[in-house]
Design a protein. Structure first.
Length: 355
């Protein structure tokens, strides 16, 4: 058990410090009318909205396979490009630089990191960028990674952009509060040279935010945060702004793989509406099929049997969730089936299918 901090002792010790020393320490942190400082400088834009800042952290979160790598590849590639057509880069643009651009991969195999590097070069149309550095540290132990991060800032002290994919591999648990605070404090100290750092982190299974204490700590200290998600039924990715401390949020937008272009592109509003309509029609058709399966051998079922039928046949109900949550979902499916005219409630409170 860790020892409880004795605030009285700390205060007492401070009181014994020389007055000149205390004033010197305080002066380092004082901000007043005469304080001189550089204005904040934007480094990353999404849809012409300033989202990344020099000397600050940008958080990129999302579930697995949500499209985070697509955002990263354009952030890195556009930093190397003098001219950028954001219609070709998912609306993402990093300010051009001749300073170092660094990518640190903690998750993928070395072969995948090499492919990612080649993809950056292809987008930037540069065979071998002199200021692009990609590292794969998946095989390192945690302590080695921490030392490596320190070395990166020493080797690339002039870096314009450093991307860590993913930050949770620098601590032993996403819920280790002490380590989470220390790694973010360490990074912020290292960023005082003006480097922008993009930190990638997975979102929790509930989809409500970045994982654990480390996710909460990044959200507290970052200047901007974006989240990516994927609707697997539609094959469509969404990018939305979760936090922007210095300007207004950008509007959420969608992108999808285009076979003709052999790449991802942003969808127009009419395309998104068409997909939503198609998706709703597909969901209704699937619900109708569930109803047919349920009544395949029965003309009439009790409400309890109908609920059980939805639990058995409806694949949209998460079987790993709590039984109360599953039954609530089944009741919602029953209500929807009645509204769409798939089922009919009889006077005896039983149900039949409308053939």
């Amino acid at each position: 058990m860790s020892k409880k901090l004795n605030i009285s002792a700390v205060l007492s010790n401070n009181d014994t410090a020389p007055e000149t020393a205390k004033k010197s320490i305080l002066k380092n942190y004082l901000i007043n009318k005469h304080t001189e400082m550089k204005p904040l400088q934007p480094s990353i834009f999404i849809d012409d909205t300033w989202i990344g800042t020099e000397g600050e952290i940008l958080m990129i979160s999302g579930e697995k396979k949500a499209g985070k790598s697509n955002a990263l590849v354009y952030m890195l590639a556009t930093a190397l490009m003098k001219e950028v057509d954001t219609n070709q880069t998912l609306l993402i643009r990093t300010t051009h630089t001749t300073k170092d651009v660094v990518y640190i991969d903690t998750e993928q195999a070395r072969q995948q990191t090499k492919r990612f590097y080649e993809r950056i070069c292809k987008i930037a149309e540069i065979e071998e960028p002199k200021n692009l550095f990609t590292y794969n540290i998946r095989k390192m132990e945690m302590e080695e990674r921490l030392n490596f991060l320190q070395d990166v800032f020493l080797e690339h002290s002039n870096a314009h952009l450093i991307v860590i994919d993913g930050i949770t591999d620098f601590i032993d648990s996403v819920n280790n509060e002490e380590q989470s605070k220390k790694i973010i404090e360490k990074v912020l100290k290292l960023l005082e040279n003006g480097t922008t750092m993009a930190m990638v982190i997975h979102e929790g299974k509930d989809g409500n935010g970045a994982r654990g204490h480390i996710g909460q700590e990044i959200e507290r200290k970052c200047s901007g945060a974006i989240s990516l998600s994927k609707d697997r039924a539609k094959g469509v990715h969404q990018v939305r702004c979760k936090l922007n401390r210095y300007t207004s949020d950008f509007e959420p937008y969608f992108f999808q793989w285009d076979k003709d272009l052999e790449g991802f592109r942003v969808l127009f509003d009419n395309e998104v509406k068409a997909l939503e309509t198609k998706s709703e029609e597909t969901k209704n058709a699937e619900l109708h099929e569930v109803c047919k399966q349920m009544f395949a051998t029965s003309i009439e079922l009790t409400k309890e049997n109908v609920i059980t039928g939805f639990l058995n046949y409806d694949k949209t109900i998460d079987k790993n969730s709590k039984i109360d949550s599953q039954k609530k979902k089944a009741r919602e499916r029953l209500k929807k089936s009645l509204e769409l005219g798939f089922l009919n409630e009889l006077e005896n409170k039983n149900f039949t299918i409308v053939r």
